[in-house]
Design a binder for this molecule. Structure first.
Ligand SMILES: [Zn+2]
Length: 679
């Protein structure tokens, strides 16, 4: 019944070229190089877009990528030995390493996953479209863990993704607590009946479920049915939190599946402290940043997946999307100013700080400059004016986490575009003693210039990779096309500066070598293809085989010995061509002019002579099947040849009435029936 649940819609047509187009282009066409984003897509092997979205998410999880690359051939074996019975070759991690290397380093528009899916034992007959991406995430992790048993990588999935939930039931009679722990690699969260991720987490980890009335709990200590409260809390938070949204539900009254398309918002940064069992510690220990959103487009009986991913190490080239231009942005800022200025109330710190931040470009302020900005605005410092009533400025910002958010590793403060509605607001942290550290020294000038909007988000859609704005993520809150899996990473996870802009970072040397070899091969293929695509077929007409007759060049002999065919690369120059012809015509003496010729009904006529020796044939307009007359540029057997369109000979056919035998004889002596002459 659900067999075809996640098959792709045929009509979507996401492959870059139809089979017809591919056939027309020829099968030996080398893959195109990377596009403007400089990031590599993944080919759709037919219903594998869900796999592609997940693989790209894992690639752009630098910690996952580096754990995988850390495993050398001494632990994984070599793919070359995989058919040797005695060799232990761990094919899945090896193929994943290769795929990641190609995605990072090989200059092609998209990479293939065929080798990887083969290593999973998924062949085309079995089809890879039976799984759902949430299920696939678990299958992939489990296959990888299984494949890494006995290596130093056997625990890395666990270290990066494993978390625990503690479920408790508290007896209201004796206070006995019964606890059960639950493991997770990803958290499945409700969509039905809630409007945001925070609300879903609130229902899961803050709300208590009561056993009361007719639904009582059997307490082991009391040994009878009692009133009790059931609750769940996050116990161990992993470095990476993956949220699987339950977008697909089953309607039991209609006995059919349906997709929840209602609005479901999720934040770019989330503090999980309210949902944890243990709430002591720094805010940073509980804070996570969104870095990937896998999106499902379509209904529940088919669809397409793609992913919005944050390129944390800035490996790609992010450019503002086309529809966005500078004047528009400036207008936006102006609008904000106009809206905010009249509202300015000097005694309201919330209004003041909001105004200051909204008037900044790039809409965020370094935390340690906020005091100065305030000073500039109202002529008084925070300490003097507000500290007594509101406490330190950092504490004030934190207690209004629905309005403010920290960006750039907590060094800057920005405004939350959409503050959560009061109904779904998370409780403020119990203890707010920490002030944001004003450590700006670690922030480079470049980092400060980057607008929060432009923080390297890309839409990875099979072969296509395009820059998007962070604000585009909101478009995936609801609808037929909406977020399906969310990937968060702990804010405090540190990325070394050497990793930035450096796709080679931590890639083992043997894999770099593989990528270099593949790049050389690709380059050669492209050059060969280019050359074959640029080969023009030329017909060379050699002057010694022609004579000028009635204004047109006529071959002396009926045999076409005066015509020589030549294949030539049109990117080469006129000089190259002349040199080649000289070499072919060993007996040629004196000047050689190459003149574009054309066969007209009256004979061969000459047009422009190719004089610029350093210009390519392409630039002078030589295409395939061009005729060139090879001569001395002046005369043919003593007859001066006029060139150019104005000297084109015309063929006149004279038709006249029959005038009788005598007249005919006279006429034939005077005019020929077919006559060529100059105009
Ligand atoms: Zn009890």
């Amino acid at each position: 019944m659900f067999g075809n649940l996640f098959e792709e819609e045929e009509s979507e047509g996401f492959s870059s070229a139809s089979p017809k187009e591919r056939a027309a282009k020829g099968t030996d066409e080398p893959p195109p190089p990377r596009g403007r984003s400089l990031l590599c897509g993944i080919k759709n092997q037919g219903g594998t877009c869900y796999l592609n979205s997940l693989l790209q998410t894992l690639l752009f999880t630098p910690e996952f990528r580096e754990e995988l690359f850390r495993l050398g051939p001494q632990e994984l074996g070599c793919l070359e030995d995989k058919d040797k019975p005695e060799a232990k070759v761990r094919v899945i991690p090896l193929q994943l390493q290769r795929l990641f290397t190609r995605l990072l380093l090989v200059n092609q528009q998209s990479a293939s996953t065929t080798d990887l899916t083969d290593s999973f034992g998924w062949n085309s007959s079995q089809g890879t479209n039976q799984q759902d991406v949430q299920e696939l995430n678990r299958i992939l992790f489990s296959a990888l863990e299984h494949s890494l048993v006995g290596t130093s990588g056997s625990t890395f999935i666990h270290r990066l993704y494993h978390g625990t939930i503690v479920n408790s039931i508290v007896c209201k009679e004796c206070g006995n607590i019964s606890q059960r722990q639950e493991d997770f690699l990803d958290l499945t969260v409700c969509v039905c009946g809630v409007s945001s991720l925070e609300e879903a987490l609130w229902n899961m980890f803050v709300e208590e479920e009561m056993f009361e009335g007719t639904n009582l709990y059997c307490c082991a200590r009391c040994d009878r049915l009692v009133t009790a409260a059931k609750s769940a809390k996050l116990k161990k938070l992993p470095p990476f939190m993956t949220m699987s949204l339950l977008r697909f539900s089953f309607d039991f009254s209609k006995l059919e599946r349906y997709k929840e398309t209602g609005r479901y918002s999720f934040p770019l940064t989330i503090n999980l402290r309210p949902f944890c069992e243990q709430t002591d510690g720094e805010d940073m220990d509980f804070t996570y940043d969104l870095f990937s959103v896998i999106i499902h487009k379509g209904g529940c009986y088919g669809g397409h997946y793609h992913a919005y991913i944050k390129d944390i190490d800035e490996l790609g080239r992010w450019e503002p999307p086309d529809e966005d231009c500078k004047p528009k942005t400036q207008m936006k800022i102006k609008e904000v100013k106009e809206v905010c200025e009249p509202k300015l109330q000097e005694d309201d710190p919330l209004s003041l700080l909001t105004t200051i931040i909204s008037q900044e470009s790039p809409k965020s302020v370094l935390i340690d400059q906020l005091g100065q900005k305030l000073m500039d605005k109202i002529g008084s410092s925070w300490s003097k004016k507000f500290r007594k009533q509101y406490g330190p400025i950092g504490k004030f910002l934190q207690s209004h986490s629905d309005v403010f958010m920290l960006v750039s590793n907590g060094t800057r403060v920005a405004l939350k575009a959409n503050p959560p509605s009061p109904a779904t607001e998370c409780p403020a942290p119990a203890e707010k003693t920490t002030e944001p550290t004003a450590a700006d020294s670690g922030t480079s000038a470049r980092e400060q210039e980057i607008k929060p909007e432009g923080s390297h988000w890309f839409d990875l859609n099979d072969s296509t990779v395009t820059s998007i704005r962070e604000s585009d993520i909101e478009k995936q809150f609801q609808g037929k096309e909406s977020a399906y899996m969310l990937f968060y990473r702990k804010t405090q996870l540190f990325r070394p500066s050497e990793a930035r802009n450096n796709p080679l970072y931590k890639v083992p040397s043997q894999l770099i070598q593989m990528a270099q070899d593949e790049n050389i091969q690709l380059q050669q293929k492209r050059e060969q293809f280019e050359a074959s695509n640029n080969t023009v077929e030329l017909q060379l007409h050699l002057a010694p085989f022609y004579r000028l007759d009635n204004g047109a060049l006529q071959p002396i002999s009926t045999e076409p010995s005066g015509i020589t065919a030549l294949s030539f690369d049109r990117r080469k120059t006129v000089g190259d061509l002349r040199f080649t012809i000289y070499q072919m015509q060993e007996l040629w003496e004196g000047d050689m002019a190459l003149t574009v010729a054309k066969s007209l009904p009256a004979g061969l006529h000459l047009y422009n002579t190719l004089t610029a020796d350093d210009v390519s044939l392409y630039s002078v307009g030589i295409h395939t099947n061009s005729d060139l007359f090879v001569w001395n540029g002046r005369e043919v057997y003593g007859a001066t040849v006029q060139t150019g369109a104005e000297w084109e000979p015309v063929l006149l056919t004279v038709v006249r009435p029959f005038l009788g035998e005598d007249f005919e004889r006279e006429a034939q002596n005077g005019v020929e029936c077919k006559q060529s002459e100059c105009e």
